[in-house]
Design a protein around this ligand. Structure first.
Ligand SMILES: [Zn+2]
Length: 73
């Protein structure tokens, strides 16, 4: 007998959680983005890091160092 499968998750996306603080969507609102073909999630508190200080995320996403911060002030 085939049982209905549980949630099928892609390999590179085992959890829906902020890539920085690792809180899940049960705890905080998460925003999904795509970087180099991979989907990531970031919470509302750390979204500004992505926008203004992407280098802070380089420890989580290595290539993020090369990403410039948003300008316009
Ligand atoms: Zn976070």
């Amino acid at each position: 007998m085939a049982y209905p499968t549980e949630k099928q998750v892609p390999e590179n996306q085992d959890r829906i959680q902020c890539l920085y603080c690792e809180r899940t969507d049960e705890e905080v609102p998460l925003i999904q983005f795509v970087f180099k073909g991979e989907h990531h999630f970031i919470c509302n508190r750390h979204l500004p890091l992505l926008l203004h200080n992407p280098k802070e995320l380089a420890c989580k996403l290595p290539d993020m160092e090369q990403v410039g911060a948003a300008r316009g002030h």
